[in-house]
Design a protein around this ligand. Structure first.
Ligand code: ATP
Length: 581
């Protein structure tokens, strides 16, 4: 019963909003059942009348009625198919939307452990496989069960023995086939997992295409491509083969059904109960019974095959974010905040600490420069501040309030992060800068572009702010992309700005452009600059030297620079030859 329960939960949630369409679709299908039951009766009457009376006026009317009902049935099929598709698309799009929203709220830990391709497959591939269920499963299941019941009733009215034996036969077929198909589910789960891994690998390879080509890694890509593809292919074949035995048995059972119908019809005719028209009716209904039976068991098979999709969709909905929203009882006062780390320890894996007892306090409106060896934990520190992860011990506070007590959205709205990886969307320059916020006037955007030194770049755009940025980025260099990221921050006006190696991609000339802009950005705000190159720390008030996850040194920049025994002074000596920053 497991797939049914999960399935009905999904169905109830996504079909409820469109119940009028679903109801109309059901009525059309019911009308179609009635027509399918009536038509053989008309033919039975046609045969009996021909045998007993020869050609007559009644036969003409029977033929015309048969024709009219057949045409009407076709019309009903077209209309119900259209409604089925409409219901399916509306429901699956809503489900895709909810899955996407769910994935976007999950924390970085989840995203690091699932490739983009795998998530795409889970948001779109799994849902695609379910589309039939949203439109057809319940209605078709009901339709075919009712059709089957209708035929059994008609057969019982001819002779109770006929109805009972065919009824028992139907029960036997459904039970046997349902039981047999259960064994194939696990194989389909494995096959679907292999397909997501294949798409995950594909997405990753396409993302890294430039690096891979540049570094001669194509043979690695091809080898893994074939490995993933082979696994997907072989698991799908195995799942398909495991479904073949039930299919063979179902064909044998259907033939048995036809034989039972024929034998019973011949018997009833031989004892004089059935007329030739009735014998025809028994034969047609026995043969027609196979249709709904086949459909019912096919729907069940598809449900079992799709159980893997339903299970994975369910799993995604049940995945809880490690970062839970705070109660929001504290509201951050407007203006530059105070940031404090209190004895914070953290590791991506619990037994591999990356930060160990880190404590510091950054006063409102000051700029902190964080320096240290590569891998020391600087970026990790910024992730904790943005609450992408929670520390295993200790507290990260803003204005003295521990981050878990704040709403994540409220927190992130007050901060901006500029990293080395700038993500641009396949959208207009305007939307890329405002994150689709239409309330920001164009004049403000143009002003900001000029502030960050992109005036000439903007003027050269063919459609100005409407120019689409996409795969080719209109020749956007890495430095220009980073300047666009700066422009984004200027537009959002945060109270706390964190630059993670933000100027590492800028050439000296471009960097000059941005120097003044960044000074302006830090005005009246709290700022953190994570930098390898000490020259970029010119604007820092305080310095934090991090090594192996520990605070090695902290203090005002000028004091540390002036103290020849400080680590910072030694770093300056080493990198800048003693030139003050
Ligand atoms: N998402 C992650 N999952 C697991 N380990 C990670 C993750 N990100 C970073 N690490 C590890 O945590 C340690 C600290 O990394 P972090 O990026 O914070 O250092 P960093 O000082 O910013 O380095 P860099 O200056 O090179 O950017 C490193 O050993 C790194 O391998």
């Amino acid at each position: 019963m497991r797939p049914f329960r999960r399935y009905f939960v999904l169905l109830a949630r996504y079909l409820r909003p469109q119940w009028p369409t679903a109801l109309l679709m059901s009525l059309l299908l019911l009308a179609s059942i009635a027509l399918q039951l009536i038509n053989p009766k008309i033919l039975g009457y046609f045969i009996d009348t021909t045998v007993s009376q020869g050609l007559s006026q009644g036969l003409m009317w029977a033929a015309l009625l048969f024709l009219a009902f057949s045409l009407l049935n076709q019309g009903l099929s077209v209309a119900s198919s259209y409604l089925c598709e409409k219901v399916a698309w509306t429901a699956t799009n809503a489900l895709r939307g909810d899955l996407l929203a769910r994935v976007l709220t999950l924390d970085q830990g989840f995203h690091k452990s699932h490739t983009q391709g795998e998530l795409l497959e889970r948001i779109d591939g799994d849902v695609n496989d379910l589309s039939d269920f949203f439109s057809k499963f319940v209605v078709h299941m009901l339709f075919h069960l009712l059709l089957m019941a209708g035929m059994l009733v008609v057969l019982t009215t001819i002779d109770w023995m006929l109805g009972v034996s065919m009824g028992l036969y139907c029960l036997l077929v459904v039970v046997v086939l349902t039981w047999m198909r259960r064994t194939t589910v696990d194989r389909w789960v494995t096959a679907r997992q292999a397909s997501s891994e294949f798409f995950g690998f594909l997405g990753e390879s396409l993302d890294a295409a430039e690096d891979v080509r540049g570094n001669g890694g194509m043979s690695y890509i091809w080898r893994h491509f074939y490995q993933h593809f082979y696994r997907w292919y072989s698991t799908t074949c195995q799942a398909g083969w495991s479904g073949a035995t039930p299919w063979i048995i179902s064909q044998a059972l259907f033939t048995l059904g036809k034989v039972i119908g024929l034998v019973l019809a011949a018997y009833l005719w031989s004892i004089g109960i059935a007329s030739p028209g009735t014998v025809y009716l028994i034969f047609v209904y026995s043969a027609l019974l196979m249709g709904p039976l086949e459909q019912v068991q096919w729907q069940l098979q598809s449900l079992y095959q799709s159980e893997s999709c339903i299970r994975r969709i369910d799993g995604l909905f049940k995945t809880t974010a490690a970062i839970q929203d705070g109660p929001g009882t504290h509201v951050l006062a407007p203006g530059a905040p105070v940031v404090s780390f209190e004895d914070v320890s953290f590791g991506y894996a619990p037994d591999e600490p990356v930060l160990d007892g880190v404590s510091f306090r950054l006063e409102a409106g000051r700029v902190l420069g964080i320096v240290g060896r590569s891998g020391g934990g600087k970026t990790t520190l910024s992730r904790l501040l943005f609450r992408m992860y929670d520390p295993q011990s200790g507290r990260v506070c803003i204005n003295g309030v521990p981050l878990p007590e704040l709403r994540v959205r409220d927190l992130r709205r007050r901060m901006s992060l500029i990293t080395q990886d700038i993500q641009l969307f396949q959208a207009s320059v305007r939307d890329n800068l405002t994150f689709f916020d239409r309330s920001i006037p164009d004049e403000r955007i143009v002003e900001v572009l000029a502030d960050v030194g992109l005036r000439d770049w903007y003027r050269a755009l063919p459609q100005r702010l409407n120019t689409q940025l996409g795969a080719n980025n209109y020749g956007l260099s890495a430095g220009e992309a980073q300047l666009l990221a700066f422009a984004r921050v200027f537009l959002t006006q945060p109270d706390l700005v964190l630059l993670d190696e933000a100027s590492s991609r800028l050439d000296p000339l471009t960097e000059q452009y941005i120097e003044q802009a960044v000074d302006k950005l830090f005005e009246g705000r709290t700022g953190i600059v994570i930098a390898h190159r000490l020259a970029t720390l010119r604007r820092a008030d305080d310095i934090l030297v991090i090594e192996n996850g520990r605070v090695l040194e902290a203090g005002p920049r000028l004091d540390l620079a002036a103290n020849p025994d400080s680590h910072f002074a030694r770093l300056l000596q080493h990198e800048m030859g003693g030139i003050p920053v």
